[in-house]
Write a protein that binds this ligand. Structure first.
Ligand code: A2P
Length: 319
């Protein structure tokens, strides 16, 4: 297994289990299967509404002696309705209680979008808080405080573009240690990846398999299906691997962490075995040459709500 190494020497396994879209009824077993298979990195978030069940699975794994707390890297994310500096810790405490942990390995600001405290998803302009009301720098100060208290060993962001990272860096004492973003062959985001590499910001690739189970409201009939991409399937065949394994291996070859989601025991095991799939330079070149570009998670559920103060340019690079 390859690792991301943080500045203080802490290590994060590059391959982790994603839990977005894993229903509460399925995620408990999925986490246990993953830990049994050898995963030592679980990616969570408050908004996935399944952290209690993830916590139950972790508690069972610890009490059964399957793994020790210090051997599992656990990430979670602050939801958009807890961005005010003094509220960041409240959001984290809820997640810690649900996960039944006393610290996280990594805590991320989930989106550079702020919502009022009683709103989970915005339905109208009144549901938002603006950057004037809650500057990202204030949220980041809240994150720095929880790191200082040891409640999160590392802190970072998710869905941040270069402009938003630059904004945080202007006042940050702690440089964001991670940016978790959508990365897959239809969206390689070379500019943002290069920028993060130069600044020492580690990267995690989400939706690495093309998020085929994303909610109906976030898909159109003519969206591409990444796991069916001919180039990926052809490379998979040449390695006697699956398309999913090639996609996961591609992310690891780019030195990014990657968090494929699955609730199937067979696919959880299969995805971990991707760490042993060695792609050739020629494979990487072929993947680079895939001309079709597509973002599966486009953030329109924040930007396209009437009255939203947020624009697509607040989220994404102009590619
Ligand atoms: P399932 O949970 O039933 O295994 P992403 O990580 O990009 O969000 O993609 C998750 C989707 O990919 C889910 O629908 C998941 O289904 C499916 N998936 C996960 N692993 C594999 C695999 N090895 N082969 C095919 N589909 C997979």
């Amino acid at each position: 297994m390859k690792y991301i190494t943080f500045a203080n020497g802490d290590k994060m396994p590059m391959l982790g289990l994603g839990t977005w879209k894993s229903s509460p009824g399925e995620v408990y077993q999925a986490v246990l299967w993953a830990l049994e298979a050898g995963y030592r990195h679980i990616d969570c978030a408050a908004v996935y509404q399944n952290e209690k069940e993830v916590g139950d699975a972790l508690a069972k794994a610890f009490s059964d002696g399957l793994v020790k707390r210090e051997d599992v890297f656990v990430t979670s994310k602050l939801w958009n309705n807890a961005h005010e500096e003094q509220v960041v810790e409240v959001g984290l405490d809820k997640t810690l209680a649900d996960l039944r942990l006393d610290y996280l390995d990594l805590y991320l600001i989930h989106w550079p979008v702020s919502l009022k405290s009683d709103v989970m998803f915005p339905k109208g302009g009144d549901d938002y808080l603006t950057y004037d009301q809650v500057p990202l720098a204030a949220t980041w100060r809240g994150m720095e405080k929880i790191k200082e208290k040891g409640k999160a060993r590392h802190i970072g962001v998710s869905n941040f573009n270069i402009a938003k990272l630059e904004e945080i860096l202007q006042t940050a004492d702690v440089i964001p240690e991670m940016n978790q973003i959508e990365l897959q062959p239809y969206l390689p985001q070379d500019r943002l990846v290069d920028y993060c590499n130069k600044k020492g910001i580690n990267i995690t690739a989400y939706s690495p398999l093309g998020s085929g189970d994303r909610p109906k409201g976030r898909r159109r009939d003519d969206d591409p299906v990444l796991l069916e991409e001919p180039c990926i399937k052809e490379i998979a065949k040449s390695h006697a691997a699956t398309a999913a394994q090639v996609l996961i291996s591609w992310a690891i070859h780019r030195d990014t962490a990657v968090i494929p989601k699955s609730v199937s025991k067979e696919r959880i095991i299969q995805n971990l075995a991707a760490k042993d799939v060695s792609l050739y330079e020629s494979d990487l070149l072929k993947i680079r040459q895939i001309s079709h570009k597509f973002r599966f998670i486009d953030g329109s559920f924040f930007t396209d709500i009437p009255g939203s103060p947020y624009k697509q340019s607040d989220l994404w690079e102009e590619e």
